[in-house]
Design a protein around this ligand. Structure first.
Ligand code: SAM
Length: 309
């Protein structure tokens, strides 16, 4: 696995200073973010309520960073990331899949249509997303094959050994804790079944310090989940998984995220963005020294592991 190195000292101090200024400018909002019981479902409900396109059935509702190797639109890149995870999970006809943290279930509709999996059970903590996702699945005519429920990935309301695959598309960093989810995923997978995740983490060499704690809190990422890719693999092993694979996709995610936030910040709809990394690529560092640092993740990997037969 490649090491993308430590963030230069001067970037870190500049970023710390921005956090202090935010606090001085708007202490009430900052305290609100940092309070003890700021739940992830609250974060996603607030995001959903701000979205003007939420009830438009013709507009996809992806919520991930996307895989921009060949794609130039946000919706295309998000679908490409779901396809990539489907490939890692080896989703196939006949599979019974558990998909946790499904957002608005875009990937579930895609996996049924393109991979022809038999049935998907989805679990998500954000009630508003579950309601809207259920409407979208019904409109797609897939209620017989996609069953969506409110629930947590860390307490899966399903029997032992009941799924061929478990998937987590850009969500496990939120789980309290990610490791509890590994244990649950192992329990509900049948022997020989496969867990596949697309996940964001702090890159190797980042100090696991006070500043990371503050940023994690703002992003609803439990501090216990802030470890690098090597520890991640160790934790999968510890919970019984074998044949573990970890593939970095940093170069096809973060440079596009730099352009994404710059454009969306100017008021352009994410559905209208055109980002072509082959023609215009700001590089990985541009992300790491700014938002990657604030968001407390700048390492993006696809992980997989199997439950022994
Ligand atoms: C970044 S969004 C990703 C959504 C979707 N997978 C996608 O790619 O469009 C993270 C999702 O994880 C869900 N989530 C967070 N914590 C969860 C938990 N403990 N159990 C289940 N879902 C959770 C959130 O409600 C949200 O839908």
């Amino acid at each position: 696995m490649e090491n993308i190195g430590k963030i230069p000292f001067n970037y870190e101090w500049r970023n710390r200073w921005i956090i202090i200024q935010d606090f001085i400018r708007n202490p009430f909002q900052e305290i609100w973010f940092l309070r003890d019981k700021f739940e992830v479902s609250e974060l996603y409900t607030r995001i959903a309520k701000r979205d003007r396109d939420l009830h438009d059935p013709n507009i996809p509702q992806w919520l991930n960073f996307g895989y921009w190797k060949e794609e130039t639109t946000y919706d295309g890149a998000c679908a490409a990331l779901a396809r990539k995870l489907g490939e890692i999970a080896e989703l196939s006809p006949g599979d019974k899949v558990l998909d946790v943290g499904f957002g608005f279930a875009e990937q579930d509709i895609l996996w049924v249509r393109e991979n022809n999996v038999d049935a998907i059970t989805g679990i998500n903590t954000t009630e508003l997303q579950v309601e809207i996702a259920q409407e979208r699945v019904a409109r797609a005519g897939l209620t017989e094959r996609i069953n969506l429920q409110v629930g947590s990935a860390t307490e899966i309301p399903c029997e032992d050994n009941s799924f061929d695959k478990v998937t987590a598309l850009e969500c496990a960093f939120h789980f309290n804790t990610r490791e509890d989810f590994f244990a649950e995923a192992f329990r509900v997978l049948r022997p020989g079944g496969k867990l596949a995740l697309a996940d964001c983490l702090p890159r190797m060499g980042r100090d696991i310090d006070f500043w990371l704690r503050v940023n994690s809190k703002k992003m609803c990422i439990p501090f216990a989940n802030q470890y690098d890719r090597h520890t991640y693999v160790e934790k999968l092993k510890k919970h019984g998984f074998v044949n573990i694979q970890a593939r970095s996709i940093n170069e096809y995610v973060w440079p596009a995220a730099v352009r994404y936030f710059a454009e969306v910040g100017k008021g352009i709809s994410k559905h209208e963005l055109a980002i072509d990394l082959q023609k215009d690529n700001p590089g990985l560092e541009a992300w790491s020294r700014d938002r990657g640092w604030f968001m407390a993740f700048d390492d993006y990997l696809l992980f997989s592991g199997e439950k022994p037969d």
